[in-house]
Design a protein around this ligand. Sequence first.
Ligand code: NAD
Ligand code: KPL
Length: 303
Amino acid sequence: MTWHILGAGSLGSLWAARLARAGLPVRLLLRDRARLKAYEEAGGLTLVEQGAARRFPIPADLPSSSGPISRLLVACKAYDAEAAVQPLLHRLAPGAELILLQNGLGSQDAVAMRLPHARCILASSTEGAFREADFRVVFAGHGYTWLGDPLHPTAPDWLSDLEQAGIPHGWTPDILSRLWRKLALNCAINPLTVLHDCRNGGLSEHPAEVGVLCVELAELLRRCGQPDAAEGLHEEVLRVIQATAANYSSMYQDVANGRRTEISYLLGHACATAVRHQLRLPHLESLRQRLQAHLEMRGLPVN
Ligand code: NAD
Ligand code: KPL
Protein backbone atom coordinates (compact mmCIF):
# COMPACT_ATOMS: atom_id res chain seq x y z
CA MET A 1 0.00 0.00 0.00
CA THR A 2 1.32 3.43 -0.97
CA TRP A 3 2.48 5.88 1.69
CA HIS A 4 1.08 9.28 0.70
CA ILE A 5 3.06 12.07 2.38
CA LEU A 6 1.39 15.44 2.76
CA GLY A 7 4.02 18.13 3.37
CA ALA A 8 7.51 17.61 1.94
CA GLY A 9 9.21 19.67 4.66
CA SER A 10 11.70 18.49 7.27
CA LEU A 11 9.95 15.55 8.92
CA GLY A 12 7.83 14.59 5.90
CA SER A 13 10.96 14.32 3.74
CA LEU A 14 12.81 12.39 6.43
CA TRP A 15 10.02 9.81 6.54
CA ALA A 16 9.55 9.74 2.75
CA ALA A 17 13.26 9.22 2.03
CA ARG A 18 13.65 6.38 4.53
CA LEU A 19 10.48 4.61 3.36
CA ALA A 20 11.57 4.94 -0.29
CA ARG A 21 15.10 3.76 0.56
CA ALA A 22 13.56 0.60 2.02
CA GLY A 23 11.81 -0.04 -1.31
CA LEU A 24 8.33 0.86 -0.06
CA PRO A 25 5.89 2.70 -2.36
CA VAL A 26 5.79 6.42 -1.49
CA ARG A 27 4.07 9.40 -3.11
CA LEU A 28 4.45 13.06 -2.12
CA LEU A 29 1.53 15.47 -2.15
CA LEU A 30 2.78 18.98 -2.80
CA ARG A 31 0.94 22.18 -2.08
CA ASP A 32 0.52 23.62 -5.59
CA ARG A 33 1.69 23.56 -9.22
CA ALA A 34 4.63 25.88 -8.56
CA ARG A 35 5.98 23.58 -5.85
CA LEU A 36 5.43 20.51 -7.99
CA LYS A 37 7.38 22.15 -10.84
CA ALA A 38 10.22 23.11 -8.47
CA TYR A 39 10.27 19.54 -7.15
CA GLU A 40 10.46 18.08 -10.64
CA GLU A 41 13.31 20.46 -11.48
CA ALA A 42 15.15 19.36 -8.31
CA GLY A 43 14.86 15.75 -9.54
CA GLY A 44 13.56 14.43 -6.22
CA LEU A 45 14.15 14.67 -2.49
CA THR A 46 17.67 14.78 -1.11
CA LEU A 47 18.42 13.41 2.34
CA VAL A 48 21.70 14.39 3.99
CA GLU A 49 22.76 11.94 6.66
CA GLN A 50 26.14 12.04 8.44
CA GLY A 51 27.40 14.43 5.75
CA ALA A 52 26.44 12.12 2.85
CA ALA A 53 23.70 13.26 0.46
CA ARG A 54 21.46 10.88 -1.47
CA ARG A 55 18.65 11.81 -3.83
CA PHE A 56 15.37 9.91 -4.00
CA PRO A 57 13.24 10.51 -7.12
CA ILE A 58 9.96 9.88 -5.28
CA PRO A 59 6.85 10.46 -7.44
CA ALA A 60 4.78 13.50 -6.50
CA ASP A 61 1.45 15.05 -7.36
CA LEU A 62 -1.09 17.56 -6.13
CA PRO A 63 -3.78 17.07 -3.49
CA SER A 64 -6.34 17.84 -6.23
CA SER A 65 -5.15 14.92 -8.42
CA SER A 66 -7.25 11.78 -8.58
CA GLY A 67 -6.58 8.35 -7.12
CA PRO A 68 -7.57 6.87 -3.78
CA ILE A 69 -5.50 7.35 -0.64
CA SER A 70 -5.51 4.65 2.02
CA ARG A 71 -2.54 5.73 4.13
CA LEU A 72 -1.64 9.37 4.63
CA LEU A 73 1.19 10.84 6.67
CA VAL A 74 0.29 14.43 7.53
CA ALA A 75 3.63 16.19 8.00
CA CYS A 76 2.61 19.87 7.93
CA LYS A 77 2.94 22.31 10.81
CA ALA A 78 0.09 22.15 13.32
CA TYR A 79 -1.41 25.42 12.03
CA ASP A 80 -1.57 24.08 8.43
CA ALA A 81 -2.77 20.52 9.07
CA GLU A 82 -6.55 20.99 8.96
CA ALA A 83 -6.56 23.12 5.80
CA ALA A 84 -4.00 20.84 4.12
CA VAL A 85 -6.15 17.74 4.62
CA GLN A 86 -9.34 19.41 3.33
CA PRO A 87 -8.72 19.00 -0.45
CA LEU A 88 -7.90 15.31 0.08
CA LEU A 89 -11.14 14.33 1.76
CA HIS A 90 -12.75 13.11 -1.47
CA ARG A 91 -9.73 10.88 -2.18
CA LEU A 92 -9.69 9.01 1.12
CA ALA A 93 -10.62 5.34 0.62
CA PRO A 94 -13.01 3.61 3.06
CA GLY A 95 -11.01 2.68 6.17
CA ALA A 96 -8.21 5.13 5.32
CA GLU A 97 -5.60 5.73 8.01
CA LEU A 98 -3.90 9.05 8.75
CA ILE A 99 -0.75 9.49 10.78
CA LEU A 100 -0.63 12.97 12.32
CA LEU A 101 2.95 14.06 13.03
CA GLN A 102 2.15 17.47 14.52
CA ASN A 103 3.74 18.66 17.73
CA GLY A 104 1.52 19.99 20.52
CA LEU A 105 -2.22 19.39 20.79
CA GLY A 106 -5.34 20.78 19.15
CA SER A 107 -4.56 20.27 15.47
CA GLN A 108 -5.15 16.52 15.70
CA ASP A 109 -8.73 17.00 16.95
CA ALA A 110 -9.36 19.61 14.25
CA VAL A 111 -8.30 17.10 11.57
CA ALA A 112 -10.16 14.16 13.14
CA MET A 113 -13.41 16.18 13.31
CA ARG A 114 -13.32 16.47 9.52
CA LEU A 115 -12.81 12.74 9.10
CA PRO A 116 -15.34 10.81 11.17
CA HIS A 117 -14.83 7.70 9.00
CA ALA A 118 -11.04 7.56 8.89
CA ARG A 119 -8.65 6.32 11.56
CA CYS A 120 -6.38 9.04 12.94
CA ILE A 121 -3.15 7.81 14.49
CA LEU A 122 -1.28 10.40 16.54
CA ALA A 123 2.50 10.65 16.69
CA SER A 124 4.97 12.30 19.02
CA SER A 125 8.51 12.46 17.69
CA THR A 126 11.87 13.45 19.09
CA GLU A 127 13.66 13.00 15.76
CA GLY A 128 15.29 16.13 14.37
CA ALA A 129 15.53 17.35 10.79
CA PHE A 130 15.84 20.69 9.04
CA ARG A 131 15.62 21.99 5.49
CA GLU A 132 18.96 23.04 4.08
CA ALA A 133 17.28 24.06 0.83
CA ASP A 134 14.01 23.27 -0.91
CA PHE A 135 13.64 19.47 -1.13
CA ARG A 136 17.00 18.96 0.63
CA VAL A 137 16.72 17.83 4.24
CA VAL A 138 19.37 17.18 6.86
CA PHE A 139 18.80 14.38 9.39
CA ALA A 140 20.03 16.32 12.43
CA GLY A 141 19.15 14.27 15.47
CA HIS A 142 18.32 10.66 16.14
CA GLY A 143 15.21 10.19 18.21
CA TYR A 144 12.13 8.09 18.63
CA THR A 145 8.53 8.32 17.47
CA TRP A 146 5.65 7.19 19.63
CA LEU A 147 2.44 6.30 17.79
CA GLY A 148 -1.01 5.59 19.14
CA ASP A 149 -4.73 5.86 18.62
CA PRO A 150 -6.73 7.12 21.62
CA LEU A 151 -9.88 5.45 20.23
CA HIS A 152 -8.53 1.99 19.27
CA PRO A 153 -5.65 0.38 21.16
CA THR A 154 -4.83 -2.13 18.37
CA ALA A 155 -1.57 -1.47 16.53
CA PRO A 156 -1.82 -1.28 12.73
CA ASP A 157 -0.01 -3.95 10.72
CA TRP A 158 2.02 -1.37 8.76
CA LEU A 159 4.33 -0.78 11.72
CA SER A 160 6.46 -3.43 10.00
CA ASP A 161 7.04 -0.86 7.19
CA LEU A 162 8.58 1.49 9.76
CA GLU A 163 10.74 -1.37 11.02
CA GLN A 164 11.86 -2.10 7.45
CA ALA A 165 12.59 1.62 6.87
CA GLY A 166 14.65 1.91 10.06
CA ILE A 167 12.32 4.50 11.62
CA PRO A 168 12.65 3.99 15.40
CA HIS A 169 9.13 3.81 16.80
CA GLY A 170 6.90 2.32 19.43
CA TRP A 171 3.14 1.81 19.73
CA THR A 172 1.54 3.10 22.90
CA PRO A 173 -2.02 2.80 24.16
CA ASP A 174 -1.50 6.18 25.84
CA ILE A 175 -0.34 8.53 23.11
CA LEU A 176 -2.21 11.47 24.70
CA SER A 177 -0.06 11.18 27.80
CA ARG A 178 3.08 11.33 25.61
CA LEU A 179 1.78 14.34 23.69
CA TRP A 180 0.81 16.17 26.89
CA ARG A 181 4.19 15.44 28.45
CA LYS A 182 6.06 16.80 25.42
CA LEU A 183 3.73 19.81 25.31
CA ALA A 184 4.51 20.52 28.97
CA LEU A 185 8.28 20.21 28.35
CA ASN A 186 8.00 22.55 25.40
CA CYS A 187 5.92 25.05 27.45
CA ALA A 188 8.44 25.06 30.30
CA ILE A 189 11.46 25.57 28.04
CA ASN A 190 10.76 27.06 24.61
CA PRO A 191 8.96 30.35 25.43
CA LEU A 192 11.57 31.23 28.10
CA THR A 193 14.42 30.70 25.63
CA VAL A 194 12.71 33.19 23.31
CA LEU A 195 12.04 35.75 26.05
CA HIS A 196 15.52 35.46 27.61
CA ASP A 197 17.16 35.21 24.16
CA CYS A 198 19.21 32.19 25.18
CA ARG A 199 20.12 28.60 24.41
CA ASN A 200 18.30 25.91 26.41
CA GLY A 201 21.22 25.82 28.86
CA GLY A 202 20.75 29.53 29.61
CA LEU A 203 17.60 28.63 31.54
CA SER A 204 19.74 27.24 34.37
CA GLU A 205 20.13 30.91 35.33
CA HIS A 206 16.34 31.17 35.82
CA PRO A 207 15.57 28.22 38.13
CA ALA A 208 12.69 29.90 39.99
CA GLU A 209 10.87 30.84 36.78
CA VAL A 210 11.26 27.31 35.38
CA GLY A 211 10.22 25.78 38.71
CA VAL A 212 7.00 27.73 39.09
CA LEU A 213 5.97 26.94 35.49
CA CYS A 214 6.54 23.23 36.14
CA VAL A 215 4.32 23.38 39.23
CA GLU A 216 1.49 24.98 37.21
CA LEU A 217 1.95 22.65 34.23
CA ALA A 218 1.86 19.59 36.52
CA GLU A 219 -1.35 20.91 38.10
CA LEU A 220 -2.86 21.33 34.64
CA LEU A 221 -1.87 17.82 33.57
CA ARG A 222 -3.43 16.31 36.68
CA ARG A 223 -6.61 18.37 36.23
CA CYS A 224 -7.10 17.23 32.65
CA GLY A 225 -6.72 13.54 33.48
CA GLN A 226 -3.03 13.07 32.67
CA PRO A 227 -1.43 12.34 36.08
CA ASP A 228 1.30 10.15 34.54
CA ALA A 229 2.42 13.04 32.33
CA ALA A 230 2.73 15.22 35.47
CA GLU A 231 4.96 12.74 37.30
CA GLY A 232 8.55 13.99 37.65
CA LEU A 233 7.97 16.82 35.16
CA HIS A 234 10.24 19.35 36.87
CA GLU A 235 13.10 16.85 37.10
CA GLU A 236 12.76 15.96 33.42
CA VAL A 237 12.67 19.63 32.39
CA LEU A 238 15.93 20.19 34.31
CA ARG A 239 17.43 17.09 32.67
CA VAL A 240 16.44 18.28 29.18
CA ILE A 241 17.86 21.76 29.88
CA GLN A 242 21.18 20.14 30.82
CA ALA A 243 21.21 17.57 28.02
CA THR A 244 20.36 20.15 25.33
CA ALA A 245 22.24 23.06 26.93
CA ALA A 246 24.05 24.01 23.72
CA ASN A 247 20.91 23.90 21.52
CA TYR A 248 18.45 26.59 20.61
CA SER A 249 14.86 25.43 21.13
CA SER A 250 12.67 24.94 18.06
CA MET A 251 10.58 27.99 19.00
CA TYR A 252 13.71 30.08 19.43
CA GLN A 253 14.82 29.03 15.93
CA ASP A 254 11.39 29.79 14.44
CA VAL A 255 11.39 33.31 15.93
CA ALA A 256 15.03 33.96 15.01
CA ASN A 257 14.26 32.98 11.40
CA GLY A 258 11.07 35.05 11.22
CA ARG A 259 8.88 31.94 10.96
CA ARG A 260 5.45 31.46 12.46
CA THR A 261 5.54 29.48 15.73
CA GLU A 262 3.18 26.72 16.87
CA ILE A 263 2.29 28.72 20.03
CA SER A 264 -1.46 28.04 19.75
CA TYR A 265 -0.85 24.30 19.91
CA LEU A 266 1.62 24.49 22.82
CA LEU A 267 1.37 27.31 25.38
CA GLY A 268 -1.91 28.57 23.86
CA HIS A 269 -3.44 25.10 24.13
CA ALA A 270 -2.25 24.74 27.73
CA CYS A 271 -3.76 28.09 28.75
CA ALA A 272 -7.04 27.46 26.90
CA THR A 273 -7.35 24.03 28.58
CA ALA A 274 -6.74 25.63 32.00
CA VAL A 275 -9.55 28.12 31.34
CA ARG A 276 -11.87 25.28 30.27
CA HIS A 277 -11.13 23.53 33.57
CA GLN A 278 -11.57 26.80 35.53
CA LEU A 279 -8.00 26.51 36.70
CA ARG A 280 -6.05 29.70 37.47
CA LEU A 281 -2.44 29.40 36.35
CA PRO A 282 -1.11 32.98 36.60
CA HIS A 283 2.50 32.30 35.63
CA LEU A 284 1.59 30.28 32.57
CA GLU A 285 -0.93 32.91 31.50
CA SER A 286 1.58 35.71 32.02
CA LEU A 287 4.15 33.74 30.00
CA ARG A 288 1.64 33.44 27.13
CA GLN A 289 0.95 37.18 27.19
CA ARG A 290 4.66 38.05 27.27
CA LEU A 291 5.38 35.66 24.42
CA GLN A 292 2.52 37.03 22.32
CA ALA A 293 3.74 40.61 22.93
CA HIS A 294 7.22 39.52 21.85
CA LEU A 295 5.91 37.89 18.67
CA GLU A 296 3.81 40.95 17.87
CA MET A 297 6.86 43.19 18.31
CA ARG A 298 8.74 40.97 15.83
CA GLY A 299 5.86 41.15 13.33
CA LEU A 300 5.05 37.44 13.73
CA PRO A 301 1.59 35.86 14.08
CA VAL A 302 0.51 35.63 17.73
CA ASN A 303 -1.49 32.45 17.13
P1 NAD B 1 8.25 22.06 7.82
O1 NAD B 1 7.78 23.49 7.79
O2 NAD B 1 9.67 21.77 7.54
O3 NAD B 1 7.38 21.21 6.78
C1 NAD B 1 6.00 21.38 6.62
C2 NAD B 1 5.70 21.22 5.14
O4 NAD B 1 4.29 21.22 4.96
C3 NAD B 1 6.26 22.36 4.28
O5 NAD B 1 7.01 21.82 3.21
C4 NAD B 1 5.00 23.04 3.73
O6 NAD B 1 5.16 23.59 2.44
C5 NAD B 1 4.03 21.88 3.72
N1 NAD B 1 2.63 22.29 3.66
C6 NAD B 1 2.01 23.27 4.38
N2 NAD B 1 0.73 23.37 3.95
C7 NAD B 1 0.56 22.45 2.97
C8 NAD B 1 -0.54 22.09 2.14
N3 NAD B 1 -1.71 22.71 2.23
N4 NAD B 1 -0.37 21.09 1.24
C9 NAD B 1 0.83 20.47 1.10
N5 NAD B 1 1.91 20.76 1.86
C10 NAD B 1 1.76 21.75 2.78
O7 NAD B 1 7.79 21.48 9.22
P2 NAD B 1 8.48 20.29 10.05
O8 NAD B 1 9.65 20.82 10.78
O9 NAD B 1 8.64 19.07 9.20
O10 NAD B 1 7.34 20.05 11.15
C11 NAD B 1 6.17 19.31 10.92
C12 NAD B 1 5.58 18.97 12.30
O11 NAD B 1 6.49 18.08 12.95
C13 NAD B 1 5.46 20.20 13.22
O12 NAD B 1 4.31 20.11 14.01
C14 NAD B 1 6.71 20.12 14.09
O13 NAD B 1 6.57 20.72 15.36
C15 NAD B 1 6.85 18.61 14.23
N6 NAD B 1 8.23 18.19 14.54
C16 NAD B 1 9.28 18.60 13.76
C17 NAD B 1 10.56 18.17 14.06
C18 NAD B 1 11.75 18.59 13.22
O14 NAD B 1 12.89 18.27 13.58
N7 NAD B 1 11.58 19.26 12.10
C19 NAD B 1 10.77 17.34 15.17
C20 NAD B 1 9.68 16.93 15.94
C21 NAD B 1 8.41 17.37 15.61
O1 KPL C 1 11.57 19.73 21.93
C1 KPL C 1 12.29 20.67 22.18
C2 KPL C 1 12.21 21.84 21.27
O2 KPL C 1 13.16 22.59 21.12
O3 KPL C 1 11.13 21.99 20.64
C3 KPL C 1 13.15 20.66 23.40
C4 KPL C 1 14.61 20.65 23.04
C5 KPL C 1 12.85 19.40 24.21
C6 KPL C 1 12.90 21.83 24.29
O4 KPL C 1 11.58 21.94 24.66
